[in-house]
Design a protein. Structure first.
Length: 271
């Protein structure tokens, strides 16, 4: 099942906020014809109007895929519109945080092929990572198709079961905010050592972005990269001795951080 299948049968995008727009931009850049895309959105942006896709028009009877990108609280109004497309060949892919597959099966019909996906905000610049899991009715070909569509905004990985979604939320879903806060903290620490706020912020942002890019591009593990830049008794070692302290440093703090976000995801899921 390829992009040709999508181009032929149509793709419906339900909701076109930041995440929907980022994905749509990726698909159009990858050659999906605008005429094959239907967008349902109450407040279409000027950018969306300029793409040439069909906005709030009558939908095809059996689109290849319906991608649900509305906020979870909008789901109640949005899904009934598509109920008659359920229990068929149309694949539903949801990027709505916290909405389990069972909620879609209830709204659309128990035999609807559904893939649940958890992207993160760097998708907006094509650097996201999205975890996906399908229900029993999603075929391997449909999972491949969801995978391919989500790669328009970065990497895609597959989970073994839906229960892992809470941990994905705690690590990569909420994780960009942890890194933004680290940048803030590094910048403030630079100020405390005598740098101007602007310079400290520029150094912190570039350092975190550059180290992330290097970690992704390098063959070595992050642990090896860390060792490579740590001379014995040098400046990096002095800093790392504080950061890597097993009681007061980053390791226990990060465990607690990811656990708190994962626990909250479970609480929200259990209502």
């Amino acid at each position: 099942m390829t992009m040709d299948h999508v181009a032929e049968n149509g793709l419906v995008l339900l909701g076109c906020g930041k995440m929907g727009s980022a994905m749509l931009q990726g698909w159009l850049a990858d050659g999906l014809p605008p005429a094959s895309v239907w967008v349902i959105d109450p407040n279409p942006s000027d950018w969306l109007r300029g793409t040439g896709v069909q906005i709030n028009a009558d939908l095809p009877d059996a689109p290849a895929i319906v991608l649900v990108a509305v906020k979870p609280q909008m789901m109640g109004e949005a899904l009934p519109v598509l109920r008659d497309r359920g229990n068929g060949a149309t694949l539903f892919v949801s990027v709505a945080a916290g909405t389990p597959i069972s909620a879609f099966e209830q709204a659309l019909g128990a035999e609807t092929p559904i893939v649940r996906a958890m992207p993160n905000t760097p998708a907006a610049v094509g650097r996201g990572i999205t975890a996906i899991i399908g229900n029993a009715h999603a075929t391997p070909e449909q999972l491949d198709l969801a995978d391919m569509l989500l790669q328009a905004v970065g990497q895609a990985v597959r989970l073994e079961d839906e229960g892992q979604m809470d941990a994905v939320t705690g690590l990569s879903g909420s994780g960009p905010a942890y890194v933004f806060h680290m940048i803030e903290c590094m910048a403030r620490a630079g100020e405390a050592q005598g740098l101007s706020p602007e310079l400290a912020m520029q150094l912190a942002q570039a350092t975190v972005a550059g180290a992330g890019a290097l970690a992704e591009a390098a063959d070595e593990t992050p642990a090896q990269l860390r060792q490579n830049v740590t001379s014995p008794n040098g400046t990096t070692q002095a800093g790392l001795e504080v950061l890597m302290d097993e009681h007061a440093g980053l390791p226990p703090l990060m465990v607690r951080t990811v656990k708190a976000a994962t626990d909250r995801s479970r609480e929200l899921r259990n209502g």
